[in-house]
Write a protein that binds this ligand. Sequence first.
Ligand code: NAD
Length: 431
Amino acid sequence: MRLTVVGTGYVGLVVGACLAETGNNVVCVDIDERKIRSLRRGRVPIYEPGLEELVRRNQTEKRLVFSTALSRAARKSEVVFIAVGTPPGEDGSADVQYVLAAATELARAMHDYTVVAIKSTVPVGTAERVRDVMGRATSQPFSVVSNPEFLKQGSAVEDFLKPDRVVVGADETRAREIMRTLYAPFTRTGAPIITMDCASAELSKYAANAMLATRVSFMNEIANVCERFGANVDEVRRVVASDGRIGPSFLFPGIGYGGSCFPKDVQALVHSARKGGYRFRILEAVETVNGSQKRRLFEKMQEVLGSLEGKQIGIWGLSFKPRTDDMREAPSITMIEALLDAGAKVVAYDPQAQRSARAVFGSRIALVSHSYDALKGVDALGILTEWNEFREPDFSRMRSLMRAPVIFDGRNLFDAAQMRAHGFAYHSIGR
Ligand code: NAD
């Protein structure tokens, strides 16, 4: 099929490249000219495992091209995906102005029946609004479907190629069948294509993310209770996780969730519910708990080290989770801002997020290109992201580099007794 993807960010680029991989001709469109220029040269502006090879291969085969001209691309497309950002507005609601702008531009360009698939995470009722704005801008036939995306940054390509399920909200059979055909190559192993009305599809994305965020905040509270009573959250987690009704995912305590999705989607669902006359009290608490958990490791540092004025703190891990360079809403930002406010000096290392960190902090922190360089002469190390390369370090080398062997581990990477045996004062979460 001939496809257009509007918005070539973390989602749009992965969607475009994966759909090209199954033989479709895809144009990825963005308003960011620099991004499109760099993609045309085969340079992928984000870090996502497997993505660069996929993009290059499909570019070489000419199935994947990049453009800033939506109208030209859309004219010839059978399906147009909208994957632009839906950032939080001042009041926490999802701002759908970019979705509506793209839909309007697209409507003006369409020449024939087109399926418009909304991939961006949007509040209930957005498909309806898109239908309205497009209907006012064109007399061509079209269908709007809701096709929320469930890929995870860090394994986005793998997730798109092998989804747990594909959700299609569609009111018309013709559009539903086109979406089925498009997704058939990804669901051959039995993953279901779940079809429903648009409103349910829109809400299902928020429900899934809100449930995951709730599990994270719930386990973080369990960890905090463990600390009060000398219990070990690892043991508690093993018991909870082995309950077949609960399962093991998303039960690791830490320093709160971040990223471009959970914080924004939790807020947006709270806001949508309120607009519908319902107060979503659990999610309000999830958000509050997450806000305080992001400060938890900093508070531990203060408790143990006293005043942080003039202290040198090493940081391992800046991205909001491993295998991505994304620092949007990362707990590392909260932590490092608190350290800087308290007068500490920060030297940080991340395998992929150095560039993102430079954009956030400028020259306010030192960034180094090797993990051990972030340890030289430091009064303590804070571990903020669970990158694999941090899991089995050379502990004696670490100890010899640090001014004081003190570790604050926000991701519970190590065994507490072993760390004591290695000669570290070791502080983690819920143990
Ligand atoms: P992003 O910020 O990485 O990318 C959005 C892109 O859209 C940017 O490159 C921007 O320049 C472009 N854009 C904005 N307006 C445009 C327009 N009118 N025409 C063309 N391009 C335009 O965002 P993202 O992380 O890819 O997220 C996109 C959407 O997908 C959001 O609604 C998000 O909630 C949702 N989502 C994200 C993830 C994730 O893991 N990042 C997962 C599932 C769903």
